[in-house]
Ligand binder design. Structure first.
Ligand code: S3P
Length: 448
């Protein structure tokens, strides 16, 4: 799986209306953080609704290697007995984070201010991704990093024996980098400050406050200034992980493009740092009702009733919205292909350093399906073909990228001819029940 095992070809074909309730699994970002923060608290953290995707399972394994006791009690029901801030022990083997950039970058941050050494690796996708964006700020704390050319994994981090606090302005809008610096700051004396120009997902800030850290966020002209007081004693928490809006995006977008569909997707996060796709879809003319707004697991959520929307129109997606929908551009570009007119996505160069180069992967895949696409380093433009207008009939390369695989399987549900993907196995990393959930709604997705 995900670059470690056999490829799993998959295929989807034009399907009848999608109907029913799509209960998507727990949020991936919050699941990683609940295990890591639980490992830094003293006592037992109880997690319910944990995403049991491979990325999160790899983080659970890593937390055990650093000394925490992590136990699965039942489906999504886990406990973590933490070792306290600064209490990580040196792992006796290489830490394999599989496909997960979030896992490896957050864990590097967590151990970087403890006097231990750890070596990290991952699958063929993760080994291509840049780690300099986290090791640069971690070196300011006094940690040292030894990796391959271009700051790639495998990489060894030697944690700082006498860490100093850091003031760091993020050069890229990245919640992973922000979180790595905050996690390193936990075991540094004094105040660590992170400044972000554009707000990115704020789960680390919200959860750290829940775990008892002294963390303040100030909105200034520079952007968000996040100040964390080092060396707190974190208190264990009961974490109820809300459903993942990035996973919900797949059934939602499928229902929008498959004729006659009408589905309910309960508990979708409306957190302003995560809801950019939903704002964009509504602007394009999507028929989405946001019902029963409430709080779940500390996140604002709503139940989404989604109906087929045959007259969606392409728009210019505001570039400042990118951080709040960074993982959703692949599926948005599929919806764009079934809309009329151009959808212009600017300010998206971060997509080039995700699990794959997502601008390239989407452009090549959509072209193979008969859709006209333009791209440059920082832009993707999709020329829509209207409802039901995409020819399809292609086999698309997924490049060990779960979101590319799911996006093209959704594309095939409304295209004229079936769409195949060369490898659907990476879907296990984030949405292990994707195939059964989509089939339950009436989607014709098959293996082979
Ligand atoms: C994540 C942050 C984002 C996102 C990733 C999850 C997180 O990455 O793409 O899927 O949980 O912090 P970047 O920080 O690289 O933008």
């Amino acid at each position: 799986m995900s670059g470690h095992g056999d490829a799993q070809p998959m295929k989807s074909r034009r399907s009848g209306p999608l109907r029913g309730v799509a209960e998507v699994p727990g949020d991936k970002s919050i699941s990683h953080r609940s295990l890591i923060f639980g490992a830094m608290a003293v006592g037992e953290t109880r997690i319910t609704g944990l995403l049991e995707g491979q990325d999160v399972l790899d983080t659970a394994k890593a937390m055990r290697a650093f000394g925490a006791t992590v136990t699965r009690r039942g489906q999504g029901d886990w406990t973590v007995n933490g070792v306290g801030v600064g209490g990580f022990r040196e792992p006796d083997d290489v830490i394999d984070c599989g496909n997960s950039g979030t896992g490896v970058r957050l864990i590097m941050g967590t151990m970087a201010t403890t006097p231990i050494t750890a070596t990290f690796t991952g699958d063929a996708s993760l080994r291509k991704r840049p780690m300099g964006r986290v090791t640069d700020p971690l070196s300011l704390f006094g940690a040292r990093a030894y990796g391959r050319q271009g700051g790639r994994l495998p990489m060894t981090i030697v944690g700082a024996a006498n860490p100093v606090p850091v003031r760091y302005a993020l050069p890229v809008a990245s919640a992973q980098v922000k979180s790595a610096v905050l996690l390193a700051g936990l075991n540094a004396p004094g105040e660590t400050v992170v400044i972000e120009k554009e707000p990115t997902r704020d789960h680390s800030e919200r959860m750290l406050v829940g775990f008892g850290a002294d963390l303040q966020v100030e909105k200034t002209e520079e952007g968000h200034v996040i100040t964390l007081k080092g060396q707190p004693e974190l208190r264990p928490q009961a974490v109820a992980v809300p459903r993942d809006p990035s996973s919900a995006a797949f059934p939602v977008c499928a229902a929008l493009i498959v004729e006659g569909s009408d589905i309910l997707v309960p508990g979708v996060s409306q957190n302003l740092t995560r809801n950019g796709l939903y704002l964009t879809l509504v602007e394009m003319g999507a028929d989405i009702e946001f019902r029963n707004p409430r709080e779940e697991g500390g996140e604002p959520v709503a139940d989404l009733r989604v109906r087929f929307s045959g007259d969606m129109k392409g728009i210019d997606v505001p570039p400042e919205r990118a951080p709040s929908m960074i993982d959703e551009y692949p599926i948005l570009s599929v919806v764009a292909a079934f809309s009329t007119g151009r959808t212009v996505m600017r300010g998206v160069k971060e997509l080039r350093v995700k699990e794959s180069d997502r601008i390239d992967a989407m452009a090549r895949g959509l072209e193979a399906c008969g859709v006209r696409v333009e791209e440059d380093e920082d832009t993707l433009i999709v020329h829509g073909m209207g409802a039901g207008g995409v020819p399809g009939g292609a086999t698309v390369k997924t490049h060990i990228d779960h979101r590319i695989a799911m996006s093209f399987l959704v594309c095939g549900l409304a295209a004229k001819a079936p769409v195949a993907v060369d490898d659907g196995s990476p879907i296990q990393t984030s949405f292990p029940i994707f195939e059964s959930l989509m089939r339950g709604l009436g989607a014709e997705i098959e293996r082979g």
